[in-house]
Design a binder for this molecule. Structure first.
Ligand SMILES: [Zn+2]
Length: 276
């Protein structure tokens, strides 16, 4: 992973709480640099009830699963990130370990997996990513777990591989990065789209168009913390407690009542990841 967590200027204080609690469907509690239990408690103080913490390689996947086993309000996702897979990290042996982790009850998604044609360049890396993505789809199906997709500059290839393999019953596009047209294609396939803090950025009209185009039952919200801090705090550290900022923009963009949309997003998260 070559992304640098946003850390300038110190932590952002908690925003006005949500009245109806939601789930942060994707963050990385292991690399936020603080105490995960405190991060979860801070999030819960503003109506972010549950958190899905996501692995990107074998050690971080194990870490998320162990945290989720110990913490009643945390779920885990496990996988080899496409950029790691592009470097050859998703060996058969590693994938067997990911499958064993995915079978644990506190692990509620296989991800983040998928394709990243932005940070991984060249045919060989892309081919390795695709092999790994197919293997993760098989693991999600074998374990009856949701598939959590990282798609960066690879929309057509992600949709193609899903169609070729046959998608699992539950598919989430994390930090959805397409426009309204892609959102409509995802909706036709029954894929759920999860919106992160970048959907609040001034130049993110296409993301907001996508959020407005989706039926409410296919919408999730996430932070991808410590990355993608929402407006107006870009550059400062992100955390699951900043979900209310993104949630308010999503409701406003869609013309939805905030509490109604929160209740829907919460139900969607339970449908995708189960109840605790
Ligand atoms: Zn992530």
């Amino acid at each position: 992973m070559s992304r640098t967590p946003e850390r300038e200027g110190g932590p952002v204080p908690p925003p006005e709480p949500l009245a109806v609690a939601v789930t942060d469907s994707h963050c990385h509690l292991d690399i936020m640099g603080g105490d995960p239990a405190a991060d979860v408690a801070l999030a819960q103080s503003v109506g972010v009830e549950k958190i899905l913490s996501v692995g990107v390689d074998l050690p971080s996947s194990r870490w998320q699963a162990d945290l989720a086993a110990a913490h009643p309000d945390v779920w885990a996702a496990v996988a080899i990130h496409p950029n790691e897979a592009g470097l050859g990290a998703a060996t058969d042996e590693v994938l067997r370990e990911i499958e064993a982790l995915a079978a644990r009850p506190e692990v509620r998604a296989v991800g983040e997996t998928g394709l990243d044609h932005f940070r991984t360049e060249g045919e060989e890396g892309h081919a390795l990513q695709e092999v790994s993505f197919r293997a993760h789809i098989a693991i999600a199906k074998a374990t009856g777990t949701a598939l959590m997709i990282h798609d960066r500059d690879a929309h057509e290839d992600v949709l193609r591989v899903l169609a070729e393999e046959g998608a699992p019953d539950r598919v989430v596009f994390h930090a959805f990065s397409g426009d309204g047209a892609l959102a409509r294609r995802c909706a036709e396939a029954g894929y759920v789209c999860s919106f992160a803090g970048n959907s609040t950025f001034k130049n993110a009209g296409a993301l907001r168009e996508a959020a407005a185009a989706l039926p409410a039952e296919l919408l999730l919200v996430e932070t991808d913390a410590p990355f993608l801090t929402p407006t107006p705090f870009r550059g400062r550290p992100n955390g699951p407690h900043l979900i209310p900022l993104t949630m308010r923009v999503l409701a406003e963009t869609r013309g939805d009542d905030l509490d109604t949309l929160c209740a829907r997003v919460r139900a969607n998260a339970e449908r995708m990841f189960g109840t605790l």
